[in-house]
Design a protein around this ligand. Structure first.
Ligand code: SF4
Ligand code: SF4
Length: 293
């Protein structure tokens, strides 16, 4: 089973939930940090050091001696990653999406495959948990191709070992978040009961619903805010999987890089119950009707 822990915005406690759920998971597990722009799951799971594994994307390289400035590649590229300035072709590798079209279209064979570094992956063990994280290169504008490569590595690992997977997805509802959750069996949406939390929770629910995955909610800092998030979940038949209380001891554990299930038996019970509810949710079929209202 692949479980993605996602949220409509940052700061909801998504990584806290991922780490705690991983800690109470009672089957072989791969925990994956796909929040590649700001990975921090390792701060809680404390994996063993691992050598970096670089990830690359194919981008064109120019052999200027062969280029006749015909403009075919310039006109083909939808991303303006090539241009002709005065009497030379200029490439902008950071704008390239790696489609390979320019290389294929160039009859002079003036373009050949080169590469651009996307980021670095680390894979190791954190106690009984298999751990994988991706860190996007500073300055890299496109995280989805890198996320795909981290996912590819994760899928290869679970094909070989038959483990469950818990993914710490990027916050928000843009391309990186969709790329992260699209292969999940269950999506767990973490939020809080503030007006901002409700607004972003609705966005996330609307964005992920078309994927047709079973989804459930975890309310963090329960007791703060209003009851509107509960009303919304009831109205849309979104199962409430867990409520994590607003408690100073949780904030203290977080600031010390500790997993909150170590704080109290009550929290451990909340996450053990969450684990079982996720398993049950994974065996259900989500409602067909998608509400875009
Ligand atoms: S298609 Fe080839 S020959 Fe034409 S401008 Fe591009 S690189 Fe140069
Ligand atoms: S590989 Fe595709 S995106 Fe990149 S420069 Fe060529 S045509 Fe543009």
């Amino acid at each position: 089973m692949i479980i993605s822990v996602a949220s409509g915005k940052g700061g909801t406690g998504k990584t806290t939930v991922t780490a705690s759920l991983s800690a109470v998971w009672d089957a072989p597990l791969l925990a994956v940090d796909l929040d590649v722009e700001e990975p921090n799951l390792h701060l809680f799971l404390h994996p063993e050091p691992a050598p970096p594994i670089k990830a690359w994307m194919e981008v064109p390289e120019l052999n200027a001696d062969k280029c006749t400035l015909c403009r075919d590649c310039v006109e083909l590229c939808q991303f303006k990653a090539l241009s002709i300035m005065i009497s030379s072709l200029t490439l902008y590798p950071d704008m390239c999406h790696g489609c390979g079209g320019c290389i294929a279209i160039c009859e002079q064979h003036a373009l050949r495959p080169g590469k651009r570094e996307l980021g670095v992956m680390y894979q190791s063990r954190a106690g009984k948990i298999n751990f994988l994280m991706g860190t996007l290169r500073v300055g890299e504008a496109m995280s989805p191709p890198f996320i795909e490569q981290v996912k590819k590595r994760a899928l290869k690992t679970i094909r070989e070992t038959k483990q469950d997977v818990i993914v710490d997805a990027p916050p928000g509802v843009s391309c990186p978040a969709i790329a992260s959750v699209i292969d999940s069996d269950v999506i767990v949406l973490v939020t809080d009961a503030t007006p901002f939390g409700l607004y972003d929770f609705k966005l996330a629910w609307k964005s992920f619903s078309p994927l047709g995955k079973p989804m459930g909610a975890v309310i963090n800092r329960a007791g703060l805010g209003t009851r509107h998030i509960y009303d919304f979940c009831r109205e849309k038949n979104i199962p409430l999987l867990a409520e994590i209380p607003f408690d100073r001891s949780i904030a203290e554990a977080y600031s010390q890089g500790r997993i909150i299930t170590d704080v109290s038996g009550e929290l451990k019970a909340i996450f053990s119950s969450l684990r079982e509810k996720i398993r049950a949710l994974g065996s259900t079929t989500p409602p067909k009707e998608v509400d875009h209202a």
